[in-house]
Write a protein that binds this ligand. Structure first.
Ligand SMILES: Nc1ncnc2c1ncn2[C@@H]1O[C@H](COP(=O)(O)OP(=O)(O)OP(=O)(O)O)[C@@H](O)[C@H]1O
Length: 817
């Protein structure tokens, strides 16, 4: 039962509802004076709406944010002119009784922001074929390796990036690799390493020390990369891989290092920790330094860690932190000296190290990182390098983003109030139809992940305890038999679950054991919804993900690419949806400017899926000729609000999540603020999307003005991009969190300077992105979606059938897990 405060004030307010058709000039400006179907409450009763106000210019910020979102029920004796308006769009009866307890409904569709029409650019995406014509069978590698790839790892063709990078890496040159997500970059660098190491005779001994160091940004990616090496090395048991990540016991890691490891994978912090403190870690023979997700490592403020690692390697290898520039890699074709044989190579400890950096999104920032260690690198860009092996164009590498062709991308512009209910509808829509659905949902902060996991699993899973009282919106439903007086017997009953699916969560503030368990369980599950921060955005190869949903937008287009890249891997089909507020619509323009083709979907279609679902417990919904979607959505929103109101721990989680979101939003990097403008936030509406009924100033303890003041005060401090103090454990916070957990001091203290989001988004702050925003503009807006039927609005533009095709059976590639 919702405890929404009944507001029975009799302020004579005007009603408004959006018109159903565009104006003659083609715009969608709302027309006033009609009564919403939500406004009719029955006999002489009317739920009135406050006058529609665009929120761009609130009278005062604090007033605006405390705008509580409940419709006003007028007392019986108060009538307004609006009641004279005959709303033909509703088939709800005019004379309905209102229950005594009925009052304010959760005003989900009232005063919602207009949705802008987007004019799309004609985008021709950058094409990169996943596979080359070359067969694994024809690779110039050991037959056992071929057999292993084919039989145990289920591969038959070489991917484009693998074909292109193999000879370059084998040449011994420093190499930069860009290739789309899911194109097999891990094997692209692992294969030359394994092939070279297996050739060494006498065979490598465990005591020979580390030959390859692989640095990756997250623990999960370290584990995954290690597992990839384990598979590749199956025929060559004498070559031992290992991994080091924060959160594991250092003692057992030291023991493993003592035994000897040839290929060492790790996160930068823990690697550096061991380099500095573990005597048995011998690095004087390292031939390969691989930096995967190189741009991300810079984002995270790990530049200094990586630099320290390189210096340690140099010292161990050459006795000089600056490195031994004149030494050469024995396989370097350009080396002036006579090259030693592979046999000699085994005994040498002063060969030049080869550095390989990879990412699906190369940027100027990678150049900076590359400057630490790369010398005359060769660029391999799988999208621009043609079959003749011509080098990639760095300018294009900088500008255009490459997205897998098999990925279909959608965006949804929704008023903030409707965010939660829309997300839930989407899950219900996509996961209810099949028991084999996997979805990843990205959130900005760890607190948001915690709250939404708890909320969605409890409310979509099973109905909260009933309270024996009448639904708040019962006055709307009575006529359809939806008015339900719940008696004591029902108290402990639960409604059937709305969706039969497991919810998982993953973020950086979980214990290492929890993280590993979730990662492994979700990876092998056939269905499930994983709610996560950006800790899962990079490199993770989770098989059979059908949908990627971005519930909060990433700060840059590059971040977008990595998130959506968790699906549609190695040529399989996948879909991605990004949910944006109308005020954030120019993010789409930025994507298009960088050659990302993305289509619009309508809110109506998404919410429609709720009707049959909610009808299980509210059968009257199916009898309604109009308004069923809105009612179903309202019903669901009420369930959310009831849950938050009824459970203190959930209310606490909601408050924390809301506060973390607001902080997060206030801390978008400076160059992203033109799109993600904190001032444009209607905090009251966002609070509703956390199912909170409290006024925003009561939740966060700060009004918008104070937030902004704090943001300003902080701007310019430590490259944090104006993030308020005590900032959120946002996506970036995951990385910060990991770093804080590292039990060492030393260089860590200065790392923060390079870190944070302020420094990490150089790529998108470069000239062009600002201008880009203007190219695809919301030229005019239409009123809030309800009242505009899909068929009348943009059904054709939206390519509904394509969107729905996510329901079609997947074409999956059989892969080793
Ligand atoms: N030649 C191949 N044929 C079939 N599958 C392959 C081939 N090479 C790699 N794969 C598989 O493709 C998947 C993606 O590989 P990988 O994780 O290396 O991609 P990536 O390019 O590093 O992606 P990201 O940019 O997201 O990190 C893995 O499951 C891997 O086993």
């Amino acid at each position: 039962m919702s405890d929404i405060t009944l507001n029975t004030c009799s302020i004579p307010v005007k009603t408004s509802r959006p018109q159903k058709r565009p104006n003659q000039d083609g715009t969608w400006g709302g027309k006033r004076g009609k009564v919403s179907k939500w406004s009719k409450s029955g006999k002489g009763k009317q739920i009135e709406k406050k006058p529609f106000k665009r929120k761009e210019e609130p009278q005062s910020e604090d007033e605006d944010e405390n705008d509580v979102d409940f419709e006003v029920v007028k007392p019986k004796d108060v009538e307004s002119e609006d009641e004279q308006v005959n709303d033909e769009s509703t088939d709800q009866p005019a004379n309905r009784p209102v229950s005594k307890t009925a009052g304010a409904v959760t005003a989900l569709f009232k005063d919602v922001e207009d949705i802008p029409f987007m004019e799309h650019k004609d985008v021709t995406p950058v094409a990169e074929s996943v596979f080359s014509a070359q067969l694994i069978h024809d690779m110039p590698i050991h037959p056992h390796l071929i057999a292993n790839l084919e039989k145990n790892m289920g591969m038959s063709k070489v991917t484009t990036v693998q074909r292109l990078s193999y000879p370059v890496i084998m040449s011994g040159k420093d190499t930069l690799v860009r290739s789309q997500t899911g194109s097999g970059k891990t094997i692209a660098y692992a294969l030359p390493i394994v092939e070279t190491l297996q050739k060494i005779r006498p065979k490598l001994q465990r005591s020979d020390g580390v030959r390859a160091v692989v640095i990756v940004p997250t623990r999960e990616l370290a584990l995954q990369t290690y597992e990839c090496f384990v598979k590749l090395l199956k025929p060559f048991t004498w070559i031992v891989p290992g991994y080091l990540v924060g959160g594991e016991k250092k003692k057992s890691e030291k023991a493993r290092l003592r035994k000897g490891i040839a290929i060492l994978v790790g996160t930068p912090g823990r690697l550096l920790d061991h380099v500095e403190t573990t005597k048995n870690l011998v690095l004087d023979k390292v031939q390969w330094l691989v930096i995967d997700e190189a741009d991300r490592l810079l984002d995270m403020g790990y530049e200094k860690d990586v630099a320290s690692l390189v210096r340690s390697l140099n010292e161990q290898q050459y006795g000089n932190p600056e490195g031994e520039k004149e030494r050469f890699h024995p396989l370097d074709v350009d080396a002036p000296e006579v090259k030693p044989s592979l046999l000699e190579l085994a005994g040498r400890n002063n060969v030049k190290r080869q550095t390989i950096m990879l990412s699906a999104t190369m940027s100027a920032s990678v150049d900076r990182l590359a400057g630490l260690t790369l010398k005359h690198p060769k660029f391999v860009d799988a999208a621009t390098v043609n079959e003749d092996g011509e080098e990639g164009d760095m300018e294009l590498i900088e500008k255009d983003l490459v997205i897998p062709e098999s990925l279909s991308q959608w965006y949804l512009l929704i008023p903030p109030k409707l965010r939660l209910v829309t997300l839930a509808s989407f899950i219900v829509w996509k996961c209810r139809m099949s028991h084999e659905r996997k979805m990843l949902i990205f959130f900005a902060t760890q607190d948001m992940v915690d709250f939404h996991t708890e909320m969605l699993s409890s409310v979509l899973g099973t109905r909260e305890k009933k309270t024996g009282e009448v639904d708040d919106d019962s006055d709307l439903e009575d006529e359809y038999g939806l008015l339900k007086k719940k008696d004591e017997d029902e108290e402990d009953e639960k409604d059937p679950s709305l969706v039969d699916i497991d919810f998982f969560k993953l973020h950086g503030n979980m214990t290492q054991k929890e993280r590993t368990d979730v990662f492994k369980t979700f990876r092998s599950a056939t269905s499930g919804v994983l709610l996560c921060t950006d800790v899962a955005a990079r490199g993770l190869d989770l098989p059979h993900i059908d949908w990627i949903v971005q519930y909060t937008a990433p700060p840059t287009a590059a971040d977008y690419v990595h998130r959506v890249g968790r699906t549609a891997r190695v040529g399989t089909a996948g879909s991605a949806l990004i949910i944006l507020a109308p005020s954030e619509s120019t993010f789409i323009s930025q994507l298009e400017d960088r050659k990302v083709k993305i289509k619009e979907e309508g809110l109506e279609l998404c919410l429609q899926s709720l009707v049959p679902t909610m009808a299980v417990s509210h059968p009257g919904l199916l009898k309604m000729r109009k308004g069923a979607t809105e009612l179903a959505a309202t019903k669901l929103q009420l369930r959310f609000e009831d849950a938050v109101t009824g459970r203190k721990e959930l209310h606490d989680l909601a408050c924390k999540a809301y506060v973390s979101f607001v902080r997060f939003y206030a801390s978008y990097p400076v160059d992203a603020r033109a799109v993600f403008n904190f001032k444009a936030l209607h905090l009251g509406h966002y609070a509703k999307s956390f199912a909170l009924k409290d006024a925003p100033s009561q939740i966060g303890g700060l009004g918008k003005k104070q937030w902004l003041d704090r943001g300003k005060a902080k701007a310019g401090h430590g490259g944090q991009g104006g993030r308020p103090s005590g900032g959120p454990r946002h996506a970036g916070g995951d990385w910060q969190q990991q770093r804080q957990q590292r039990p060492r001091g030393g260089p860590g203290s200065s790392r923060g300077l390079a870190g944070g989001r302020g420094t990490g988004k150089i790529m998108d702050g470069k000239p062009g992105s600002g201008a880009a925003m203007k190219s695809t503009q919301a030229v005019h807006s239409k009123p809030s979606p309800f009242g505009v039927k899909v068929s009348e609005a943009r059904a054709t533009k939206m390519a509904i059938s394509e969107f729905s095709s996510g329901l079609a059976p997947r074409k999956r590639k059989k892969k080793e897990d």
